[in-house]
Design a protein around this ligand. Structure first.
Ligand code: HEM
Length: 495
């Protein structure tokens, strides 16, 4: 009997030792190549996310170890690149070696097709098929669709203003940006604020389950071989039920368009046409039905949260800086007069508004980090990066690095004035990412932001309330998408 016990414990001990070796196998990598960073522990940085905001963690790491820091997520080496010169080398000069993103979570056939997730030839193919949907001309054609959403939003805003109460801006703007993406991506007109219980809205809000506090996500990162098991239990990029509902909705819209072709200038039409063209070309990879539906879905996910976060922070910055708000309004009145409708062309005259948006995105980038994957060993100007290393660009931390930004925590749109802009290192401001794999929806986002901000500011003054956290807001812990710990509240006062 005793022998069985000994054998059993020896087996468990051997298993534990093998597991320990599996996780810690690469842990000497950064030391070997002279890259500073925290002393590796079994789980590495993964244990820290529950207790700290990701942006602050990156700032701390850079303060302590410098602009290029090596740490581990379990067994995966992660190189934190906060040096703008190295950002440029990786994102642009050596793009071919870093064109992929690492994503260690279960994915179904639709999620596998997401532009954010696909890699290699498939990414190149999807990006070139989808990019023509975001040209200036296509954006111009989408303005009437967006304006309907702006009008609807203003009706709801009027009610908020009349009540005189503080509003949770993230919730309010999420309704607006959802309306915009539903009409521009899915070809569906919904009124998220009027019908907050619309199943599509509930599904979109409930869809994302990716954050670094979720233990299942951490297990996938730590033990990539568990991904098929996690998949079986419904752990994944998105939650199963809301995903199914959204896919069914998109399929219905596509079927409807196939039966009754429409000239609506939305992404469903553009992507269906792109799919048809790719089928006719008979060369390269065909953009299939999963690519079509998956990418309409990812447009929704990538667009509505990032844009509503940015609108929330613009409101917050303008409420806390009334002098800057007055200046934006003055510019609107001067360049567009009191009644000229904002459109795709005339909003380009609003240079100061662009400065305000640039500065808001510097302090509050909707994505705290962007990531890449190193495909082959490479030495870049003395920094050795091993194959399989994940690259993390700490956007939040770079954009608040005192070496590039004077008084980095102060909101000052003058940094982006024509005179000062010249002195900004272009690789130290990357809210939409960098290089050929940057944000495909940047134009759409800026257009949407400006259209709605002009309409809001003309009619309302954005004010602080006792609930508005000043001088700084506290960021939520463990989130890769920028979130505040408490909701941001401001008040809208009729002018
Ligand atoms: C203020 C709003 C937005 C911000 C701050 C933002 C930010 C970003 C960032 C930082 C990336 C990663 C870039 C990189 O890795 O270098 C990204 C990628 C992406 N964004 Fe956006 N985004 C916004 C709005 C949108 C909108 C409106 C859409 C779509 C309609 C969109 C669709 C995408 C897609 C599909 C990707 C993946 C691109 C690729 O891998 O080729 N985004 N975005």
């Amino acid at each position: 009997m005793l022998e069985y016990f000994i054998c059993f414990f020896a087996f468990i001990a051997a298993l534990a030792a093998a597991f320990y070796m599996y996780i810690t196998w690469h842990h000497g990598l950064f030391k070997k190549f002279g890259i500073p960073g925290p002393e590796p522990t079994f789980m590495g940085q993964l244990t820290k996310y529950g207790g700290v905001a990701v942006g602050e963690m990156d700032r701390e790491l850079m303060k302590k170890y410098g602009k290029v820091v090596g740490y581990y997520h379990g067994r995966t080496p992660v190189l934190n690149v906060g040096d703008p010169d190295l950002v440029k080398e990786i994102c642009i000069k050596h793009f071919n070696n870093f064109s992929s993103r690492p994503f260690n979570v279960p994915k179904d056939l639709y999620e596998e097709a997401f532009l954010t997730v696909v890699n290699g030839e498939r990414w190149r193919n999807s990006r070139s098929v989808l990019s023509p949907s975001f040209t200036s001309g296509k954006m111009r054609a989408m303005v009437p669709l967006m304006k309907n959403c702006v009008e609807n939003f203003l009706k709801h805003l009027e009610k908020h203003a009349e009540s005189g109460k503080a509003v949770d801006v993230k919730t309010m703007f999420s309704g607006f940006t959802l309306d915009v993406i539903c009409t521009t991506a899915f070809g569906i007109d919904i009124d998220s604020q009027g019908n907050p219980d619309n199943p599509l809205i509930l599904a979109a809000k409930d869809a994302s389950q990716f954050n670094l506090r979720n233990p299942f996500n951490l297990i996938c990162i730590l033990l990539p071989f568990t991904i098929p098991i996690m998949d079986f239990f419904g752990v994944g990029f998105m939650k199963r039920e809301p995903k199914k509902f959204m896919i069914d909705t998109i399929e219905k819209v596509i079927a409807e368009r196939q039966n009754n072709p429409s000239d609506r200038a939305d992404f469903v039409s553009l992507a269906m046409k792109a799919k048809e063209d790719s089928e006719k070309r008979q060369e390269g990879r065909v953009f299939n039905q999963h690519d079509l539906i998956g990418n309409l879905l990812v447009f929704m996910l990538a667009a509505y949260d990032t844009t509503s976060t940015t609108l929330s922070f613009v409101s917050y910055c303008l409420a806390t800086h009334p002098d800057i708000q007055d200046k934006v309004l003055h510019e609107i009145n001067q360049k567009l007069g009191k009644d000229e409708e904002p459109d795709h062309e005339n909003i380009t005259k609003l240079k100061y508004l662009q400065q305000v948006i640039d500065e808001t995105l510097r302090l509050f980038p909707a994505l705290i980090r962007t990531v890449r994957y190193c495909a082959e060993d490479i030495d870049i100007n003395g920094t050795f990066i091993a194959k399989g290393t994940e690259i993390s660009f700490p956007v939040f931390a770079i954009q608040r690095d005192p070496d590039f930004w004077e008084n980095p925590d102060v909101f000052d749109p003058e940094r982006f004035s024509p005179e000062n802009k010249e002195s900004i290192n272009p690789y130290s401001h990357m809210p939409f990412g960098m290089g050929p794999r940057n944000c495909i929806g940047q134009r759409l986002a800026l257009l949407e932001l400006k259209l709605v901000l002009v309409c809001i500011l003309r009619s309302y003054k954005i004010c602080c309330t006792p609930e508005t956290e000043t001088p700084n807001v506290k960021m939520a812990k463990g989130e890769l998408f920028l979130r505040t710990e408490k909701p941001i509240h401001v008040r809208f006062e009729k002018r």
